[in-house]
Design a protein around this ligand. Structure first.
Ligand SMILES: Nc1nc2c(c(=O)[nH]1)N[C@H]1C(S)=C(S)[C@@H](COP(=O)(O)OP(=O)(O)OC[C@H]3O[C@@H](n4cnc5c(=O)[nH]c(N)nc54)[C@H](O)[C@@H]3O)O[C@H]1N2
Ligand SMILES: Nc1nc2c(c(=O)[nH]1)N[C@H]1C(S)=C(S)[C@@H](COP(=O)(O)OP(=O)(O)OC[C@H]3O[C@@H](n4cnc5c(=O)[nH]c(N)nc54)[C@H](O)[C@@H]3O)O[C@H]1N2
Ligand code: SF4
Ligand SMILES: [Mo]
Length: 689
């Protein structure tokens, strides 16, 4: 047996793992000794890696659909079909009629290839990925206030924080090794504050839990800032030297009072005052936030409200501080950095800028696409309208993970042609015309960029099962068939080198440089050859940081007589995304609860429901059956459901209403009704869980 060092392929923490290999099979996992992030530990998902990529559960051959059924095919036949279908769609509908969804679980090299394929081969900016429904409001909001949308500080900064404020993130479940680090910081004396409508595990352990009303983030953050400004607790020196526009914000908040904030958020005035005092007086306050901020139709404004608070108190640009969006997927930071977004080329170079267009047109030997691109949900809409004809989905499971499942399934079936590149036959792959087998991270060389902008090497430990290939190779072959020779790279390193040459924030990186340490944090360029653990020490990318007045916006759908509950959706520690990888592990499957609808006991009493009672849950868009679990994790009137389970897919219920700026759908709040199911129908529920 030998051990191959790599990086965990689940969440954005980026833990260092060792793949234990025997007879060309990954038989187990161990923590990478000395790794600066995981420090010799892994969470249960990391430990379960070998199940997630087990060859027996994988796609090993291309599949093509005929008369509604899949049959095996050669690469030659399958790629021939894809090339032909894309050519027909281009012919009939032009570059606006085709699109690519890339994969935040795959390597930077794969994602670079995906956006190059969309732009250089298909001639379209229709390229997007799951960041749209994750941290797109961070990218949009922090671009407006700071000029850059990534975590400003590193994970190790938690060790230097005097105060840690977690807003809308369930860190001990979802970024487990960061959660553990926060609890260690608390044990050495840091103050831990959690802002969440649910009593998460971290909230129960925190010094202060602000259990705000669902969707009242801006009211709370504005209210805290109003108390700070009214008492003169803001950081005057930082505001004068580093920020602009405090006066309009001061005027905007002047009409508020702590009592009004308390009424809007459900938090007692004394708690508001205590948190405002502690946050503004801490020498170093590390702010981390997640989906409880971004997944609202007010997502971008929520992010701006977080930014306003941290800036006004000068809690940015120093070790132990920062505005830190906890990026979710193992390589979602990288997929954004690689330009898998309709409006930017690699390194956030503006797709609408003529000089940038000329740069890439010259490098790739193809003219820049003429039209602005569509977002992922924009492509779904265009498919339903008959405008998008052919789509490639490379490693995403939108049937389970996008809002309003019925709408998504109708859109994908309305396409003339769908090709899915996947590890296994997911719910989305089942709808495809052609399915192509992809190599997993343990079967290829490449890089992942974790949530703190750290680019780390992933190494091939075993051969890919059957005929599976790397995404960049598949895209390269397809490009060649479509008459574009510029993606025929010899190996992953060649893809990385081409990318680094065109991406200023990665420009001083190479595989050799990444080998020398535990990766490098961008920007890594001639000025910062050793990378940049800490951003904005002296200036912001936009010069001075901007404070922007924002106002509370209620969720699009609030409870009413027909749909009396607010439903929020979240994650469980043992499962990941649409579950296609974690649900292969018998150990993690043991962590699947029998009941998926979390309800406060007082609501259950009112409705006459008992623990594990079968229920139907309805929203304006769809319904599902599951069982209730009674817990005071959720407040009365609020229900919560995880989104990992195809048997009871909560995205059948969720609302597609979008943030106008980032196009983020409102995954964290919609209105539902609950109905008890009779014992007769419970057999069905039981069988489905
Ligand atoms: N185990 C596991 N880990 C994961 C993942 C997974 O699927 N499983 N997915 C990864 C991905 S892609 C991501 S993006 C991250 C996401 O990680 P998180 O951001 O932690 O994701 P969630 O659990 O969806 O939501 C976080 C919290 O927001 C709270 N919330 C809901 N409404 C509000 C509100 O109005 N205000 C506030 N302040 N909070 C609110 C919820 O109660 C929940 O506790 O996790 C990553 N890690
Ligand atoms: N209701 C609700 N819905 C949500 C959320 C929520 O909080 N509530 N959160 C949203 C968020 S934050 C996110 S990020 C999305 C995530 O949504 P998705 O990205 O759709 O979720 P995953 O299950 O991670 O899907 C990734 C797929 O990639 C495949 N894969 C892994 N590695 C590779 C590879 O190297 N190559 C290829 N080709 N495929 C690979 C895996 O098999 C898996 O099926 O879900 C969103 N949906
Ligand atoms: S915390 Fe995230 S990166 Fe670390 S082992 Fe767990 S899933 Fe993997
Ligand atoms: Mo995410």
């Amino acid at each position: 047996m030998h051990v191959v060092p790599s990086i965990c392929a689940f969440c954005g923490v980026g833990c260092g793992i060792g793949l234990r290999v025997q007879n060309d099979r990954v038989v187990g996992v161990e923590p990478q000794p000395g790794h600066p992030i995981s420090q010799g530990q892994l969470c249960s998902k990391g430990w379960a890696t070998s199940f997630a990529i087990e060859p027996a559960n994988r796609l090993t051959e291309p599949l093509v659909k005929e008369h509604g059924r899949f049959r095996r095919a050669s690469w030659d036949e399958a790629l021939g079909r894809v090339a032909e279908a894309l050519a027909i769609a281009l012919d009939e509908a032009g570059p606006q009629g085709v699109g690519v969804i890339s994969c935040a679980r795959a390597c930077n090299e794969d994602n670079y290839a995906a956006q190059k394929f969309a732009r250089a081969v298909l001639g379209s900016h229709n390229i997007d990925h799951c960041a749209r429904i994750c941290h797109s409001p961070s990218v949009a909001g922090l671009a407006m206030t700071l000029g850059s949308g990534a975590m400003t500080n590193g994970i190790a900064d938690i060790d230097e924080a005097e105060l840690i404020m977690v807003i809308g993130a369930d860190v001990s479940e979802n970024h487990a090794m960061i959660g553990a680090r926060m609890l260690r910081a608390q044990a050495r004396g840091a103050t831990l504050i959690v802002v969440d409508p649910r009593k998460t595990r971290l909230a129960r352990l925190a010094d202060i839990h602000l259990q705000l009303r669902l969707g009242s983030n801006i009211a709370l953050l504005n209210g805290l800032l109003q108390i700070i400004l009214a008492n003169g607790w803001e950081n005057h020196a930082f505001l004068a030297a580093r920020c602009e526009d405090i006066q309009p914000l001061r005027r905007h908040l002047a009409g508020l009072s702590p009592e009004r904030t308390s009424a809007l958020t459900g938090i007692a005035v004394a708690d508001l005052e205590r948190v405002a005092y502690l946050f503004s007086h801490a020498r170093t306050a590390f702010t981390a936030y997640g989906m409880g901020i971004t997944q609202f139709q007010s997502g971008t404004n929520n992010v701006i409200a977080v930014s306003n608070l941290a800036l006004a108190c000068g809690q940015v640009g120093r070790p132990g501080t920062g505005i830190n969006p906890l990026r979710g997927q193992n390589n979602v930071q990288g997929a954004c950095d690689m330009g898998c977004l309709p409006n930017v080329y690699p390194g956030y170079q503006d797709a609408a800028d003529a000089a940038v267009q000329a740069k890439f047109a010259a490098a790739w030997g193809r003219p820049a696409p003429e039209h602005p691109g569509l977002t992922s949900l924009g492509m779904t809409r265009a498919a339903l309208d008959g405008e998008l004809r052919a789509l490639m989905i490379m490693g995403e499971e939108p049937v389970l993970t996008d809002p309003d499942q019925g709408h998504v399934a109708r859109a994908l079936t309305a396409l003339d042609f769908l090709v899915v590149v996947e590890l296994s036959l997911t719910e989305t792959a089942k709808l495809a015309d052609v399915v192509l087998p992809a190599a997993s991270f343990a079967e290829k060389h490449g890089t992942f960029t974790n949530c703190e902008r750290r680019v780390q090497r992933v190494r091939q430990a075993v051969q890919a099962p059957g005929m599976a290939r790397c995404d960049w190779q598949i895209l390269g072959e397809l490009a060649a068939r479509m008459g574009y020779p510029g993606m025929a790279w010899g190996d992953a390193e060649a893809v990385f080198e081409e990318m680094a040459g065109l991406t200023p924030i990665y420009s001083a990186m190479s595989y050799a440089a990444l080998e020398q340490s535990y990766g490098l944090q961008w920007p890594c360029d001639a000025e910062h050859p050793q990378g940049s653990p800490l951003l904005h020490e002296r200036g912001f990318p936009r010069g001075r940081a901007r404070l922007l007045p924002v106002s509370q916006v209620e969720p699009d759908e609030c409870p009413d007589a027909d749909y009396p509950f607010a439903l929020t959706t979240h994650r469980l520690h043992f499962h990941y995304g649409g579950g296609s990888m974690t649900r292969q592990s018998p150990l993690l499957e043991r962590g699947t609860p029998a009941a998926l609808l979390f309800m406060n006991p007082s609501d259950a009493v009112r409705l006459g429901l008992e623990e594990q009672q079968p229920v139907a849950v309805r929203s304006r868009r769809g319904s599902l059956e599951t069982r209730v679990h009674l817990t005071d994790d959720v407040p009365p009137g609020v229900l919560a459901m995880p989104y990992h389970f195809r048997e009871a897919p909560c995205n059948r219920l969720t609302n597609g209403a979008q943030d106008p700026l980032s196009k983020m759908p409102e995954l964290k709040a919609c209105a539902v009704a609950v109905q008890a199911l009779s014992i007769g129908s419970s057999g069905g529920v039981h069988a489905s869980l």
